[in-house]
Design a protein around this ligand. Structure first.
Ligand SMILES: [Zn+2]
Length: 554
C-alpha cells in the first residue's frame, strides 16, 4: 500500500511550468541530456523524460517540439548602462569607413542646435582602409558648429573634435594624465585621439546623464539582454548611484534579469563596500554586490595594454593605469572582508603585476584572517599572458574571465601588435584548461555585440564570423562545445560563488533556462551565430519569448 500512496502523491505534485519534448542539455556529466523539466516556486523540481514529467499537475505545459534548452546563460562580463546607452545614443557599431562615420556625425549634428554635443560610441577602425584613427579635424569638418566626442568600441579610446578639445582646454602643452595619453602629431598638436584616462579630460564636459536617462539606459540594456537569452550578467564595474537605481527598478518589478555587481575602484564607493561588506542575494536572490572592479591597463587595439616588451609595431610598451601600493592595501582589505576582486588586465605585464599583487594579498592575509577561505579573485580578459604565468592562475586560485569574441575580433591585428612569439599565450583558452583553470565566459558588451551565440561560436570555432582563422592564431586553443557551454553557465556561476544554485539543470537548482531555435551542441559551427533565443526563463517565469516560441498546450 505504501508505494502506491507515494505514487499517488507524486501524481498530484504541482508545478508552475513543465517544458516537455525538448532537447535539453543539463551540463552535468552523469545525466547530460533530458527531455523534460518541471519547475515550481522558482526552482527545478524535475529533470528527466516526458513520462516522468507527465506526473506533474502543471499550471502550464509547453511542448518544445524538440527545441533546445540550455541552463540559463550567464554573461560574466558586461556593462549594462553602456549597452543601454549604445541603444539610445549614436550607435557607431559596424561603421565601415571614415567617410561613413563622418556622414553619420554630420547628419546627427544637423539635427541638433549649434553648440550641442554630438556623442557616440562603437566605432572601430580595424577594417577601414587605411585602418587609422579618425582625427579631431575630420570631425570639425563634419560638424563645424558642434563639439563631438566618439568613443571607440573598446572604450579605451575616444576621438574628440577640435571644438571639444577647446571646451576642455586640451592643447599642445597639456600634459598626459596618469594612466592616459593625449595622442599628438609630429608638430606636438593633439590629434583628437585620447587614450584611457585622457578621455576624462573631455568626457567630464559632456552634459551629465540625468536620472531619467540613466534609468532608461538600464532598462534598455536589460530588455536587450533577456531577449538575447541571458539570465544573469556580471556587471564589470559601476557605482552605488547605479546600484541604488537598480534596486529601485527591482522593487518596481521592472528588472527580472539577475545581476552580480562589481563596484569600480579604487574609489570612495569601494571604500564604502569594504566597510559595509558584501550584499548577497538581495531583491529576492536577483542582486548581489560583493566584488571590486579594477582596471590596471589599457587595451591592445590602442596599444594601451601594458607589455613586458615593446609592441612589435610601435616603440611603446603601453602603461599601467593604477599604482601598485594602493591596490595592495585594497586587495588585502578585500580578503579580510570577504569581498571579491576582479581586475582588468590585457597585456602580459599587467597580468603578471596582478598575479603578483593577488599573491601578495594572500600572503599578507592568511586563511584564518579571511572572511572567505577561497576568495576566487578574477582577472578580466587575461588576454596576453606569458606562458610561465598561465599555471599561476590555478595555483593562486585566480579565475581567468575571458571573452571569446575579443579573440575573433583581435585576430585581425593582434599579430601585428605582438609578433608571432607572444601569440602562444594570447587568448590561450586551451592552455588555461591544461593547467587546471576554469574560464568564466563573458562578452564585454557594449565593447562587443554581447550576443551569446557569437560567443559560443567564437569559443568553439576560433574563427571570425566570415570563417577566417587568422595567421598563426593557434586554432588548437579553441574550446570544445561542452567547455564553451560550461564557460557561460557553470564556470560563470563558480566565478560568482553561485555553483550551488545555478549553472546546471538539476532538481533543487534555480529555474533559469534559455530556449534556442537550434541545437548548438551538434549543428555545424557556422550555423551557431544564426541561432536565436526563443525564450528566456528566470526564476521559473518566462521573461522573454520570441513570436515562434510554442504556445502552451495547457
Ligand atoms: Zn569591460
Amino acid at each position: 500500500m505504501i508505494p502506491a500512496l507515494v505514487t499517488a502523491l507524486a501524481l498530484a505534485a504541482p508545478a508552475d511550468l513543465v517544458l516537455r519534448n525538448g532537447t535539453i542539455y543539463t551540463n552535468i556529466e552523469r545525466q547530460p541530456r533530458a527531455q523534460a523539466v518541471a519547475m515550481t516556486g522558482g526552482k527545478l523540481v524535475y529533470v528527466g523524460n516526458d513520462a516522468g514529467a507527465a506526473a506533474f499537475q502543471a499550471r502550464r505545459v509547453v511542448d518544445l517540439g524538440g527545441r533546445t534548452v540550455l541552463p540559463g546563460l550567464v554573461d560574466a562580463h558586461a556593462h549594462l548602462a553602456g549597452i543601454g546607452a549604445r541603444e539610445a545614443t549614436l550607435n557607431l557599431e559596424g561603421v565601415r569607413s571614415l567617410g561613413e562615420l563622418l556622414r553619420i556625425v554630420a547628419a546627427e549634428a544637423a539635427r541638433k542646435p549649434p553648440g550641442a554635443w554630438v556623442v557616440g560610441r562603437g566605432w572601430i577602425e580595424t577594417f577601414w582602409s587605411p585602418p587609422v584613427f579618425p582625427t579631431g579635424e575630420d570631425l570639425d569638418r563634419a560638424a563645424p558648429r558642434n563639439p563631438v566626442f566618439l568613443t571607440r568600441a573598446d572604450g579605451h579610446g575616444a576621438v574628440a573634435s577640435g571644438k571639444a578639445l577647446e571646451i576642455a582646454g586640451v592643447g599642445a602643452r597639456t600634459p598626459d594624465p596618469f594612466g592616459g595619453e593625449i595622442v599628438k602629431d609630429r608638430n606636438g598638436r593633439p590629434t583628437g585621439m585620447l587614450l584611457d584616462a585622457a578621455q576624462a579630460l573631455v568626457a567630464r564636459h559632456l552634459p551629465p546623464v540625468g536620472a531619467a536617462e540613466a534609468e532608461r539606459n538600464l532598462l534598455l540594456g536589460v530588455a536587450r539582454e533577456v531577449a538575447l537569452g541571458w539570465t544573469e550578467i556580471h556587471i564589470a564595474g559601476n557605482d552605488w548611484a547605479e546600484v541604488d537605481l537598480l534596486r529601485k527598478l527591482y522593487r518596481e518589478g521592472k528588472i527580472k534579469l539577475r545581476i552580480y555587481d562589481a563596484i569600480r575602484g579604487p574609489s570612495p564607493d569601494v571604500e564604502r563596500l569594504l566597510r559595509q561588506g558584501p550584499s548577497i542575494g538581495e531583491q529576492g536572490g536577483r542582486l548581489t554586490i560583493r566584488t571590486i572592479k579594477v582596471t590596471i591597463d589599457g587595451a591592445l587595439g590602442s596599444r594601451g595594454a601594458a607589455m613586458l616588451e615593446p609592441y612589435a609595431d610601435a616603440p611603446t610598451s603601453g602603461f599601467l593605469t593604477q599604482k601598485e601600493p594602493e591596490l595592495a592595501a585594497m586587495f588585502a582589505q578585500a580578503l579580510r572582508r570577504g569581498i571579491q576582486v576582479e581586475t582588468h588586465a590585457i597585456g602580459d605585464r599587467a597580468n603578471r603585476t596582478v598575479l603578483d599583487l593577488y599573491r601578495g594579498a594572500r600572503r599578507a592575509v592568511p586563511r584564518g584572517e579571511r572572511a572567505v577561505a577561497d576568495p576566487r579573485f578574477r582577472i578580466e580578459h587575461a588576454q596576453i599572458v606569458r606562458l610561465e604565468d598561465i599555471p599561476r592562475f590555478a595555483e593562486l586560485g585566480v579565475i581567468p574571465s575571458m571573452q571569446p569574441s575579443h579573440a575573433i575580433g583581435d585576430l585581425h591585428f593582434a599579430g601585428r601588435r605582438l609578433g608571432p612569439a607572444r601569440l602562444a599565450g594570447a587568448y590561450a583558452w586551451r592552455r588555461f584548461r591544461e593547467h587546471g583553470s576554469i574560464i568564466a565566459g563573458g562578452t564585454d558588451a557594449p565593447v562587443e555585440r554581447g550576443e551569446p551565440m557569437i560567443e559560443l561560436y567564437a569559443a568553439i570555432a576560433r574563427r571570425d564570423l566570415r570563417g577566417y582563422r587568422g595567421d598563426g592564431w593557434h586554432p588548437e586553443q579553441a574550446l570544445t562545445r561542452a567547455e564553451a557551454l560550461a564557460a557561460f553557465t557553470s564556470w560563470a556561476a563558480q566565478a560568482a560563488f553561485q555553483e550551488k544554485e545555478r549553472g546546471t539543470l538539476e532538481v533543487g537548482k534555480l529555474a533559469d533556462l534559455t530556449v534556442l531555435s537550434a541545437d548548438v551542441m551538434t549543428i555545424p559551427e557556422r550555423e551557431i551565430p544564426k541561432t536565436r533565443c526563443l525564450a528566456t526563463i528566470i526564476d521559473g517565469e518566462i521573461v522573454y519569448q520570441a513570436r515562434d516560441f510554442p504556445a502552451p498546450i495547457r
